[in-house]
Design a protein around this ligand. Sequence first.
Ligand SMILES: [Zn+2]
Length: 155
Amino acid sequence: MAETFPRDYHNQGGGGVRCFALRLKPGEEIVSSLRRFVESMKLKAAFVMTCVGSVKKASLRMAHATATQTNEVIHLNDCHEIVSLVGTLNDGGHLHVALSDCEGKVVGGHVLGDMIVFTTAELVIGECESLRFTREFDEQTGFKELTITKDDDGS
Ligand SMILES: [Zn+2]
C-alpha cells in the first residue's frame, strides 16, 4: 500500500527557518567548527543552507561503503574549491560535499572530517524552528539515521 503524506508531523510545514551566517578562516576545521556553532547557539534542527570556499584537506567516504565495510575512504591533501556542502548538523550531523581540484574535476562524498579551510568558508546555516533533529540507529541501514521530532518545548 502506498504511503501517504504527511507522515505524522514532520511534513506539515508551518515552522519557520532561522538563518545564521558564519565565515571560517584559514586553518579552521569545518565540521568541528559547525558542531561547536550548533552547540553554542543551541540549535535543535540545523542544516547547511549554502557553503562556498576552499579546503586544503578533506576526508571523504565513498558511496559503496556500508556499515560493515567502511574502508572506502579517500584523503585529499591538496587545495579544492568547495562546490557544495549540504546536510544536517545535529547529533553528529550528516554532511556530503562536492570539491573541485585545480583542473575543475569534481570529487564528492560523505564528509568524515578533516576539512581544513584554505582561504575561507562562507556558510549560511538554517534551523527549522518547530523541529528537533537527532540520530538513531537504523537496523535497515546499519547507520545512525536522521530522526525528526516536533520541538515540543518551543524554545
Ligand atoms: Zn552520507
